[in-house]
Design a protein around this ligand. Structure first.
Ligand code: CP
Ligand code: NVA
Length: 300
């Protein structure tokens, strides 16, 4: 594995390998067993959007692996003043051992990989959020033991999270159902993959999608960069909420997951969030372990 640009690029075997390594790194951290796989290596972290989890987990993850993380805000880089990504990629490749980038266009991440000569990790684009979904898959396997026979459901916007969950869930062999308004469906490339793969259903009825689910995901109605559409989206997504009534349709032991940040009273009720807080914060913790696995695979 050279880069992590999107889950569509990874085989099932590569995903499972990453999850196994993540479990091992989590075990080692819990038992204070050092794992300095990236001694002396430097990761540049470019952020064009806000972040709590991604920034802090990558930064501490690099330190735990014996490496050095460099936080690079796009506001301070020349990229923020229009220096082309092709040039940024070639320059940073001369200094760093890897780059994590959070940005808007997926093409920018693909271009960094194309023009640079070091591993590139996607820390979220408008198209996908592969690091998050690796942590999500890790958490599901931790709670359920395996992916076999599980139904994963996603309620809400057909956004970066929906795109990555569909691909990740199907690649590890889960059944995947999603409910979203007709005007807010996932990316066409993702839908084409899902249809060809099988085991996928899409509806505009949340109750239908949640029927018999073993894990239900949701995400914000307005993502970073869509703040101006927030009002219009509140209307479009009314009814696409993870609440007690929806959970009645799911399996009794159904997990609830949320990548965070969450908007209580919008995509999820405060009651459901708090009832499933342990699962949700385990999911957030697993960002650290899953990303360390990615760092070791691409930079080790
Ligand atoms: N879930 C997630 O990526 O969180 P941040 O935006 O805080 O990094
Ligand atoms: N869909 C959200 C995910 C945040 C982690 C966003 O892009 O803002």
């Amino acid at each position: 594995m050279k880069h992590l640009l999107k889950l569509l690029d990874l085989s099932t075997e590569e995903i499972i390998d990453l999850l196994n390594l993540a479990d091992q790194l989590k075990y080692e951290r819990k038992h204070n067993i050092p794992h300095p796989h990236l001694q002396g290596k430097t990761l540049g972290m470019i952020f064009q959007k806000a972040s709590t989890r991604t920034r802090v987990s990558f930064e501490t993850g690099m330190v735990q692996l014996g490496g050095y993380p460099l936080f690079l805000s796009a506001n301070d880089l020349q990229i923020g003043r229009g220096e082309p990504v092709q040039d940024t990629a070639r320059v940073l490749s001369r200094y760093l051992d890897g780059i994590m980038i959070r940005t808007f266009a997926q093409q920018e991440v693909e271009d960094l990989a194309k023009y640079g000569s070091i591993p590139i990790i996607n820390g979220l684009t408008d198209f996908c959020h592969p690091c998050q979904v690796l942590a999500d898959l890790m958490t599901i396997r931790e709670y359920k033991g395996s992916f076999q026979g599980l139904k994963m459901c996603y309620i809400g916007d057909g956004n970066n999270m929906a795109n990555s969950l569909i691909v990740g869930g199907l690649k590890v062999g889960m059944e995947v159902s999603i409910a979203c308004p007709k005007a807010y469906q996932p990316d066409e490339k993702v839908l084409a993959f899902a249809k060809a793969n099988g085991g996928f259903t899409m509806t505009d009825s949340p109750i239908e999608a949640a029927a018999g689910a073993d894990v239900i995901f949701t995400d914000v109605w307005a993502s970073m960069g869509q703040e101006g559409e927030a009002q219009q989206r509140k209307i479009a997504f009314a009814g696409y909420q993870v609440n007690d009534a929806l959970l009645e349709a799911a399996n009794p032991e159904c997990m609830v997951q949320h990548c965070l940040p969450a908007h209580r009273g919008e995509e999820i009720t405060a009651e459901v969030f708090e009832a499933h807080a342990k699962e949700i914060f385990d999911e957030a913790e697993n960002r650290l372990h899953a990303q360390k696995a990615v760092l070791v695979k691409v930079m080790g």
